[in-house]
Design a protein around this ligand. Sequence first.
Ligand code: NAD
Length: 431
Amino acid sequence: MDDGVYSKSREELLEVGKKYRIPQDSLEDFLEPNKILEISIPLKIGEKTITFKGFRSQHNNNLGPYKGGLRFHPNVNKDEVMALSLWMSLKTAIVGVPFGGGKGGIAVDPKALTEKQLENLSREYVRRIHEVIGPHKDVPAPDVNTNPKIIDWMMDEYIKLSKKSGGKQQKLHHLYSTFTGKSKYGLEGRTEATGFGGVVVLKELAKKLKLDPKKQTVAIMGFGNVGYYFAKFASEAGFNVIAVSDSKGGIIKKGDKAYTPLDIPLVLDCKLEKGSLAGCYCAGGVCDTRSGQLISNEELLKLPVDILVPAALEDVINENNMQNIKAKIIVEMANGPVSPKAYHYLTEKGVIIAPDILANSGGVAGSFIEWEQNLKNKKYKKEAVLKRLEKMMQDAFENVWNISKKNKTNLKEASYLLALNKILKTPQKSK
Ligand code: NAD
């Protein structure tokens, strides 16, 4: 039996469909990606040519152009991009932006490449998917191990190809809107958007549960784009971020009795200087009280914190470790970090889980604002962007919360109901 992440997710949605009597035919039709592109990408490394596998899954475009990130990671595979693209279709519907869902990536360890090789690989990927992307077709963005610099190379390549293939009349600012998460012609606030949006969800949840942020401890797994900004905005909102980690492990600070909050900007400075958080153990101000400790990622997940935030990869909380989780709230900032079985087990135990398709939808909401900014040939200010994002996230949370109360169900099921209701109500576009 295929027990990949896509099949698990599909099963879960079919269960919800059965429970709420959603017509099975239309649900099954929606679940299947419209198109999946599998490509080979040759790259010259020294004297040799190595071929990498690349993907783009265009899941559903009922609500608008396909939208979703590009991931560079050795584990990227067809099943993973299919699942991630399905989640994008749900996410765009939940946060109320006129996009469908897509996702792509390359099975590669980008850290093993030189910058020039990475650029060549990124440009070659675009040359092979050029025909199927565009401002009103499919709009890629960064994801794990891809960043604005990579997206800039891709946009540059896309513009060259579009001009060559007769797109000279197309206005340049329209071409810019083919990618979001750019540094050139990008959106002020897009880099922060996902972490910022997650903290808006956490604050709204804390209000509903009448929790005082100052009394809540938070541990965050993953200290990349999402994890860092989540940590920063959560600290600024008064939450006590006491542990953070990256792929090599994490750091935590303990005072005489209790864990003490980390100085997040200082931790980032240290990570940038040392290359990993593990190198920050007792470095400068990070543990100037000599109370800093190194912890593994598994230890971080088990910490007796109030709020746990997995912000790295999927399936990190699963059947093998779900019994060890002590947090009362989990905010899924990565995509699919809690397996369906673990989600069920923890929810039964009373843990409240803000699902990924709601919690990290600030990223795609930010992407929508960037896309709109480019299409309208405008330049928005960061303050206005974050204000708009805050409102979008508050509305999305409120809608999901109300559905969960009305149906006496958890936030994930409520998010599914909200998304499926919108997508299936909209006439199916041709596949
Ligand atoms: P990133 O590459 O900037 O950061 C990933 C972080 O995870 C790094 O700190 C890395 O060291 C850490 N990490 C990698 N493997 C790990 C492991 N085995 N254990 C612990 N930490 C590990 O990526 P990102 O953009 O921050 O994305 C993180 C997650 O958020 C992904 O699941 C991504 O799909 C999701 N997401 C990202 C965005 C976005 O706008 N960037 C939007 C929505 C969802």
